[in-house]
Write a protein that binds this ligand. Structure first.
Ligand SMILES: C[S@@+](CC[C@H](N)C(=O)[O-])C[C@H]1O[C@@H](n2cnc3c(N)ncnc32)[C@H](O)[C@@H]1O
Length: 375
């Protein structure tokens, strides 16, 4: 894993290389021209984690650069880990970059805060909030908490302390993000250590795109899998009569429900269930109290939205998706997306295709695909 090298003058060049690669790799599915959404070239990640490296009286932020090389025949793959010192990090938001040196200055000479601190995680928002998690290799006590509260005031950022089996939340365990999409403000609770799209500007583009491709669908209902904290659910609810969204993580489901309420959305339900079990429930092959309460037969699902983890969908889930007229597939891994499209394009054609540069300066790409059932 290489640490991204940010060089704004070369941003367009790196994006063009991605456009060419994705266009070439997906040509066999005959998609329409690729819509490309650029990221800010620097300071685009709202969350980052760093190791803390202690060196004599000093300490600094570090990341590991991992290189793989060919080794001896008895040990053919050698991985080499190099510690890279980071005094700033142009990948991270400006707010994170402002906090980085101030935090180190504040803890360098305070043994209660510094001792056995080995990792720091920052979570910031476009709305201006910041949450810092300090992770230790020692139990945290009241004395730590007293110092950490002073630090919290000094930084104007919320603090969480973590250690084995310990999580001390000094203010809140979440931030509130505010994303304006199509002139509409949406608010999102984002919980520490839980998934949120890392690049907030790209997230706005993804939400705007998803709203556009599903506009005018009020005659039908949306079923959403892998909904996380309700990121898409909230932005898309007004395009549909009703929305049924599911997600496996307990924290994310609680957050999604909080977010529905915070945005005044009353036509969406979020259920906790794995995508695989929910597929069985939709087919009528899984019962139980939760499934009965959802009254799935009362819905008229015309559109399905999926945003799976990097592993993509298994064959059975793809077959299940083929049952809907319209499929919106958000993917953070072009390889598994292409595998899944082999199945989905048997019944559906790609009518919109987008590349979102969620991870500039890396080979990773986020894609959005709209598929419509062939006539
Ligand atoms: C790429 S994230 C997308 C979250 C959300 N759509 C968003 O935009 O923030 C994938 C989500 O899938 C959830 N997940 C992972 N495996 C799952 C499974 N087998 N069934 C349901 N959800 C799953 C994760 O907890 C995570 O919230």
């Amino acid at each position: 894993m290489a640490i991204p090298v940010v060089d704004p003058a070369r941003y367009d060049e790196q994006l063009e290389a991605k456009r060419e690669r994705i266009t070439r790799d997906f040509a066999r599915f005959a998609p329409p021209p690729l819509e490309v959404y650029p990221s800010p070239p620097s300071h685009y990640r709202q969350r980052c984690e760093f190791r803390i490296w202690h060196q004599g009286d000093d300490l600094f932020y570090a990341m590991f650069e991992i290189q793989e090389s060919e080794g001896a025949p008895e040990d053919p793959k050698k991985t080499q880990k190099t510690v890279v010192r980071l005094d700033d990090y142009p990948v991270a938001s400006r707010h994170i970059n402002e906090l980085m040196p101030v935090l180190l200055d504040a803890i360098r000479d305070v043994p209660l805060l510094r001792r056995k601190l080995f990792q720091v995680e920052f979570l910031t928002t476009l709305s201006g909030e910041a949450l810092i998690t300090l992770i230790y290799h020692r139990p945290l006590d009241e004395a730590w908490e007293g110092e950490a509260r002073l630090l919290q005031e000094r930084l104007g950022a919320m603090i969480i302390g973590r250690s084995r089996k310990q999580r001390l939340v000094l203010a809140r365990d979440h931030v509130w993000e505010r994303l304006e999409v199509d002139g509409r403000p949406f608010v999102y609770q984002q919980v520490e250590n839980s998934f949120a799209q890392p690049n907030a500007e790209i997230c706005r583009s993804m939400l705007a795109w998803a709203r556009e491709v599903t506009r005018g669908s009020q005659a039908g209902d949306l079923v959403e899998l892998y909904c996380g904290n309700g990121n898409f659910t909230i932005a898309l609810a007004e395009n549909f009569r009703r929305v049924m969204a599911t997600e496996i993580s307990r924290t994310a489901v609680a957050s999604a429900r909080e977010n529905l309420a915070a945005n005044g959305i009353d036509n969406a339900v979020v259920g906790r269930m794995s995508a695989e079990e929910f597929a069985a429930a939709l087919k009528g092959e899984k019962g139980g109290r939760r499934v009965a309460e959802w009254a799935l037969d009362d819905y008229d699902f015309t559109t399905v939205l999926v945003d799976p983890p990097r592993a993509g969908l298994d064959e059975a889930s793809c077959r299940q998706l083929s049952g809907y007229s319209r499929i919106v597939y958000i993917s953070c891994n072009p390889e598994t997306l292409a595998d899944n499209l082999e199945t989905l394009t048997e019944t559906h054609e790609i009518t919109r295709f987008a590349l979102f540069d969620q991870f500039p300066w890396t080979h990773h790409c986020e894609c959005g695909v709209l598929l419509e059932r062939r006539a």
